[in-house]
Write a new protein. Structure first.
Ligand code: HEC
Length: 491
C-alpha cells in the first residue's frame, strides 16, 4: 500500500532536497535510541532492551502482599451473618464486578476468548490459570506500557483491581451472597450504523501463494457529501484474514479502479502494494482492521468526508492456512451530514523503505535491530490527499496505532516539537493484539512545525534469513497510523 506514495516521495525528493529531520528527546517515552530518519542496527542495545521487565510484573508482585481488602466497595458491604466467607472478599461482592468490567466482553460464549468467565462456577474452574495470567499482565490483553500516556477504553486492570482479585483468590475464592452483587454494568449502546457494505460473494484465496492480496470495489450509497463518524470492519474468517484496509476512492478516480476490477476475472482484482495497481493516485484511508483491533465510534465531533460517487476499495490481505477457506468481510459505517472537525487517517512510514532506499534491513540472527523515522504531517498529507496544501491549520491528534509483523519486539510513537509527547509505547509487541489507541486527551499538533516519530525494534534471533520491508507476513513493516482532525474550513 505504501509503494505508490514511495514513488511520489522519491520524485519529490528530487525536487525539494532531503527532509530536514529534527531530533528532540521524547520526555515521557524513553528517549529514542537512534536518530530519526537514520537506520541504526542497535545490536549493542539488545541486552539492555531484552532485560527490561514487562511493566506490570513489578507492581503485580508487590501487590500480592497488599491488604486483600483494598479496593472493596465500602458502602455496599453490609455485613451479613451467613458464615465465615462474608468477612473476607467474596465473588459476588468483590470479584464479579471486576470480571464483568474487564473480562466478560471477550470471555463469553460466541466471543473471541476460549472460555466464559460470566459465572462463579466458570471463574472458579479457571482460578488457577487466572492468577498467573493477570499477575503477569497477560490478561486482559493491553499492550501499551503504562508510562507513556493514557487512553480511552483502557482494558488493563488497575493495581487496585489486581490486588482485589488476587486477594480474593488468596482468601479461598469464596462465593458469597448473590444479593451482594452490584448491578451489572450498562452495556454500551450499539452504534446505529446506516451503511453496510460487503464483499459481494464469498472469495476463496488461492492456496498456491502465502499471501493473497485482493481488492474489492464497493459502491458508496450516499448521494450527498457525508461524514463517517463510526466505522467497523468485520473480517469474515479471522483464520485467513491478515489485514483489511478500506481505501476511499474519490469519484474522479473511480474509472481507473473500475478498469482494474473489470480486467480481472472473478470478484475483485489482485492488488499487492496498493489498491490502484501501477498508477499512483492519492489513496486515502477510511479504516482498517488488524488482529486485535476493535473499531466503532470515531472520536467525538469528528468525521471522515466521503463524496457522493466515491467507492471503497477494500484491500484484503489473506494468509491461507493450507485448507480452503472462504471469506466475505463486511464494513459498516455510521454517517452524519455535518461534523465540527474533519478527520483524516494518516499512515506514516519512511517512504523509502518499500523501495529499499534505504532498505529496512533486519540482518539474520540480529537480536535487536532498530528502524526509526520522523516527518511532518503536511508532507504526508500532500501524498495521501488530493487537496494538497490545504492542511496547514493546527490539528488535533486523536489516536495512534502501530503496525509491525511477527519479528517485531517493541515500538514507540511520538510527537517531536516544542511540546514533544509520547503517543504510544509497546514494550512487548504481540502481532495478535494490535490496537488503535484513542488518547484520553487529543494532542495538538502543527502539521508544519511538529514531526511524527516512529521507532520499531525487531528480534530476528534464530532466523538465518535477512528481512526487508514487505507486505507478506514473513516480511516486516514499521508503520504508524494516526487519526487527526482539523477545523472545518470549507463546506
Ligand atoms: C479483549 C479480549 C479479552 C479480554 C478483555 C480478556 N481476555 Fe482473557 N483471553 C482472551 C483470548 C482471545 C484468550 C486466548 C489466548 C490469547 O489469544 O491470548 C484469552 C485467554 C485467557 C486465559 C488463558 C491464558 C493462558 O495462559 O492460556 C486466561 C486465564 C484469561 N484469558 C483470563 C482473563 C481474565 C481474568 C480477564 C479479565 C481480568 C481477561 N482474560 C480479559 C481475550 C480476552
Amino acid at each position: 500500500m505504501l509503494t505508490s506514495f514511495a514513488v511520489r516521495y522519491v520524485r519529490r525528493m528530487k525536487n525539494t532536497g532531503p527532509l530536514v529531520l529534527v531530533l528532540v528527546a521524547l520526555p515521557a517515552c524513553n528517549s529514542p535510541s537512534g536518530s530519526p530518519g537514520a537506520d541504526t542496527n542497535a545490536d549493542a542495545d539488545a541486552d539492555a532492551d531484552a532485560g527490561t521487565a514487562p511493566t506490570g510484573a513489578t507492581s503485580a508482585d508487590s501487590t500480592t502482599d497488599a491488604d486483600p481488602t483494598t479496593g472493596q466497595p465500602p458502602t455496599t458491604a453490609t455485613t451479613t451473618t451467613t458464615g465465615g466467607d462474608e468477612t473476607g472478599p467474596t465473588y459476588y461482592r468483590d470479584a464479579k464486578p471486576i470480571f464483568d468490567r474487564k473480562c466478560v466482553m471477550c470471555h463469553q460464549p460466541e466471543n473471541i476468548a476460549p472460555f466464559s468467565l460470566q459465572t462463579y462456577d466458570e471463574v472458579s474452574t479457571f482460578a488457577q490459570i487466572i492468577v498467573p495470567a493477570i499477575t503477569n499482565r497477560i490478561m486482559p490483553p493491553w499492550p501499551p506500557g503504562a508510562d507513556c500516556t493514557s487512553y480511552k477504553h483502557d482494558r488493563s486492570l488497575t493495581d487496585e483491581e489486581l490486588a482485589t482479585l488476587l486477594g480474593w483468590v488468596d482468601a479461598g475464592a469464596h462465593e458469597g451472597d448473590p444479593a451482594d452483587a452490584p448491578a451489572p454494568p450498562e452495556p454500551e449502546p450499539p452504534i446505529a450504523y446506516d451503511i453496510e457494505l460487503g464483499i459481494p460473494e464469498p472469495y476463496t484465496p488461492s492456496l498456491d501463494v502465502n499471501d493473497d492480496y485482493r481488492c474489492f470495489l464497493l459502491d458508496w450509497p450516499k448521494d450527498q457529501p457525508s461524514y463517517v463518524t463510526g466505522l467497523t470492519i468485520e473480517p469474515g474468517d479471522r483464520q485467513i484474514v491478515h489485514h483489511v484496509i478500506a481505501y476511499l476512492v474519490p469519484p474522479d478516480e473511480v474509472p481507473l479502479y473500475q478498469a482494474l476490477d473489470d480486467g480481472d476475472p472473478g470478484p475483485g482484482y489482485p492488488c499487492f502494494g496498493g489498491p490502484s495497481g501501477e498508477a499512483t493516485p492519492k489513496a486515502q484511508w477510511l479504516g482498517a482492521w488488524v488482529p486485535g483491533s476493535a473499531n466503532g465510534e470515531l472520536p467525538e465531533g469528528t468525521g471522515i468526508l466521503v463524496k457522493p460517487g466515491s467507492k471503497i476499495a477494500l484491500q484484503m490481505h489473506y494468509h491461507p492456512i493450507g485448507v480452503e477457506l472462504s471469506d466475505q468481510s463486511t464494513l459498516k459505517a455510521r454517517t452524519a451530514e455535518d461534523v465540527e472537525r474533519i478527520a483524516f487517517l494518516l499512515p506514516i512510514a519512511n517512504p523509502g523503505w518499500p523501495i529499499n532506499t534505504p532498505p529496512m534491513l533486519i540482518p539474520p540472527n540480529a537480536p535487536d535491530t532498530l528502524h526509526a523515522f520522523a516527518m511532518n504531517i503536511d508532507t504526508i498529507m500532500g501524498w495521501v490527499y488530493a487537496e494538497e496544501g490545504l492542511y496547514t491549520l493546527p490539528m488535533l491528534l486523536h489516536s495512534a496505532s502501530l503496525h509491525m509483523h511477527t519479528h517485531a519486539s517493541s515500538g514507540k510513537l511520538g510527537k517531536l516539537g516544542v511540546d514533544s509527547a509520547c503517543l504510544l509505547d509497546v514494550p512487548r509487541w504481540d502481532f495478535n493484539w494490535q490496537g488503535i489507541y484513542e488518547l484520553e486527551e487529543p494532542v495538538p499538533i502543527s502539521p508544519t512545525l511538529d514531526q511524527i516519530y516512529l521507532e520499531c525494534h525487531y528480534d530476528n534471533t534464530g532466523n538465518e534469513n535477512a528481512i526487508l520491508w514487505g507486505e507478506g507476513t514473513e516480511d516486516e513493516m514499521c508503520l504508524g497510523v494516526f487519526y487527526v482532525s482539523t477545523p472545518k474550513i470549507f463546506p
